[in-house]
Ligand binder design. Structure first.
Ligand SMILES: [Mg+2]
Length: 172
């Protein structure tokens, strides 16, 4: 099986060590939306997330790549003043490729942050950039995600048995 272990693993976007990322030369943080920045039924960006992202914009280019629709992402783009790619079809790397081109970034300057191994982490791995897994903010997912979650728990179960990865054992 391919190595699907995320580069780093944190509880949520609020516990990520952004200072360390900056030190490591990361210039662009690419976030997933649903269950990473907000719950799937939060129509507007939660205050806490807004505050964090606004602060991070001092140090990083912030981008959202979501498999959800433009309509879903739009209020977040507006609230946060960030660019985004919708219907990104992660684990495909279309969105990541676009960001790299637009901002003239190097791969080592980019990191993909999300709550799903099957979409977020694999897209980052496919593009050969650093990946950060966070625990999902809520239990409710898009319908399509339910299938991904089944596959994900199968992978995580195997990884746990082999001592490679375990839910709740955060690392950086
Ligand atoms: Mg997600």
């Amino acid at each position: 099986m391919r190595n699907l272990k995320p580069t780093m693993y944190y509880k949520d976007i609020f516990s990520i060590n952004y200072r360390k990322l900056k030190k490591e030369g990361i210039k662009c943080l690419i976030f997933d939306l649903d269950n990473t920045l907000a719950l799937i039924d939060e129509k507007k960006c939660p205050d806490k997330t807004c505050k964090l992202i606004k602060k991070l914009q001092d140090d990083f280019i912030i981008f959202i790549i979501s498999n959800n629709t433009k309509r879903r992402i739009k209020p977040y783009m507006k609230d946060l003043g960030v660019d985004a790619v919708s219907l990104a079809m992660k684990p495909l790397t279309i969105g990541l490729r676009r960001i790299k081109r637009i901002y003239k970034l190097k791969k080592k300057e980019m990191v993909m942050i999300g709550d799903q191994i099957i979409t977020d982490i694999i897209s980052g791995k496919n593009f050969k950039i650093k990946t950060i897994l966070v625990d999902p903010l809520g239990v409710k997912d898009l319908k399509i995600t339910n299938l991904n979650r089944k596959l994900e728990s199968w992978i995580i179960n195997r990884y746990r048995k082999r001592g490679i990865f375990e839910r709740g054992k955060y690392y950086e």
